[in-house]
Design a protein around this ligand. Structure first.
Ligand code: NDP
Length: 449
């Protein structure tokens, strides 16, 4: 029988890869982790965590507006972006150390270098002119994704979210292209820090795929917060003129700004892995195609997370990696359920959902009843902020709650709890019989008639 250096090699030490490796090692599997950058991955180093820290930072301008409404006398406060970036990076260094230690302390060997599959069981690790080949019975690809821009003249002038998270200095003005998760989250960050912010996007409303009423309302709220919006538009070209950019959008509008950020989706990070050279079949966006065991068409090669381009969320990648290691090394045959995966967009105000929307139900031919509540949060009565909260419950013909949607402050914190009820199969009566916590926005979910 062929012998290998390892039972498992994990390529990519992001959240998913790290969980896979340390659970496998916990079951006694001899495990190696290969990472080209620092352990931590997109979520910890270039995504969720730094983004949320900057969102917290940006929210103080809105809080100050509220404070003025509540009769605080406020004066002379201003942000210090570059200082915040230093603090944010210090926190990322701390988290990186934690990730590194999680890998090493669970008994895995950590290889720092770019990992490329050169056969069904071998990985070439390249770093600083040094190359090493290691082999394993099983190989997990957990390399995530990267930003993807459409082709047009001057698209190289756009920065992506990695760069936006690490700007040394704030621009006076920014144009963000796109209206998905990243675009609306960064619109909130930049405008919160006082940058003149514009959002150019090709659809009618932000966040395609979400509930239509929530999309309409959030688009209006983003505009009311001072962000200029250019719906139904594409960027045709960008020219650089000294330190300014000229952005030509499709209906002949020419915009000018100090910075242009592209947030037009992400794609699986497989380009440099040359997986097709070893006969591995990729999907049309470069994703690794896997079965429900996370196994590719080459039996020794597996993939989890964004590189499979299914539900591109960190907790999903972590769950997939954990279940994989339980199955393959722990003798526990379990699979991730992709039903009712909750998610949140940290726009300002945030959106959070679990289950399906009415639009989606209609598309799938499911008969549903939609309960809607739109209200002015108590806090806004005195602050004077005009920003209504919108919540919805979607109930099927058997009275089962199959969707919950919220646009408004604390939506992600509230929907996480509702997701448990929906996962447990709660019906509308369970919601109705639950006593509300008063006065909260969350209580609206149990008083919808
Ligand atoms: P999204 O898929 O959310 O949005 C992509 C945006 O780019 C959409 O507005 C889309 O337009 C637009 N777009 C795509 N292609 C083109 C094109 N050729 N020309 C013009 N516009 C285009 O991607 P993001 O980059 O915002 O985020 C990537 C993924 O990362 C998310 O889908 C999510 O899975 C994950 N993520 C999760 C976060 C969270 O959990 N809070 C935060 C950030 C990212 P249209 O709508 O018209 O298709």
């Amino acid at each position: 029988m062929e012998s290998f250096n390892y039972d498992l090699i994990v390529i990519g030490a992001g959240s998913g890869g790290t969980r896979t490796a340390r659970i496998a090692a916990g079951y006694g599997a001899k495990t190696a982790v290969v990472e080209a950058d620092r352990p931590g991955g997109t979520c910890v180093l270039r995504g969720c965590v730094p983004k949320k820290l900057l969102i917290y930072g940006s929210e103080f301008s809105r809080n100050v507006e509220d404070a003025i409404g509540y009769s605080w006398e406020v004066g002379g406060i201003k942000p210090n972006w570059s200082d915040l970036i230093v603090k944010k990076n210090k926190e990322l260094d701390r988290l990186h150390e934690i990730y590194k230690n999680l890998i090493i302390n669970s008994g895995c060997d950590l290889y720092r270098g770019f990992g490329k599959l050169i056969s069904h069981n071998k990985v070439l690790v390249s770093s600083n002119n040094e190359e090493k080949i290691i082999s394993a019975k099983k190989i997990m690809i957990a390399v995530g994704g990267k930003s993807n821009f459409p082709n047009f003249v001057g698209n190289e002038f756009m920065i992506n979210s990695d760069e936006a998270l690490d700007l040394k200095k704030l621009p006076k003005s920014v144009i963000i292209y796109g209206s998905g998760y990243i675009a609306v989250e960064f619109a909130g960050i930049f405008s919160g820090f006082g940058v003149d912010t514009s959002l150019v996007f090709r659809s009618d409303y932000v966040l395609r795929g979400f509930d239509l009423d929530i999309r309409k309302k959030l688009t209006g709220q983003i505009e009311n917060s001072g962000v200029r919006i250019f719906p139904n538009n594409n960027i045709e070209r960008i020219d650089k003129n000294e330190n300014k950019y000229k952005i030509k959008v499709s209906d002949k509008i020419i915009l000018e700004s100090d910075l242009v950020m592209g947030a037009t989706g992400r794609k699986p990070n497989t380009e440099d892995l040359e997986l097709e050279a070893i006969g591995l079949e990729l999907g049309k966006n470069g994703e690794v195609l896997v079965n429900n065991y996370n196994q590719s068409d080459i039996p020794s090669i597996y993939a989890i997370g964004d590189v499979t381009n299914r539900i591109n969320l960190t907790p999903v990648a972590i769950a997939e990696g954990h279940a994989f290691s339980d199955r393959e090394f722990g003798g526990i045959k379990r699979f991730v359920s992709y039903e009712n995966v909750p998610c949140a967009v940290f726009s300002q105000p945030p959106v959070s959902i679990v289950g399906i929307s009415k639009n989606e139900a209609v598309k799938r031919g499911i008969k549903v009843k939609e309960y809607v509540s739109e209200f002015n949060p108590l806090k806004n009565t005195i602050s004077g902020k005009i920003e209504k909260t919108l919540i919805k419950l979607i109930v099927d013909k058997n009275n089962k709650v199959i969707g919950a949607h919220m646009l408004g402050e604390h939506a992600p914190e509230i929907i996480q709890g509702i997701a448990i009820a929906i996962k447990a199969g709660a019906n509308k009566n369970h919601f109705d019989e639950t006593i509300g916590i008063h006065p909260t926005a969350a209580e609206e979910f149990v008083t919808m008639k």
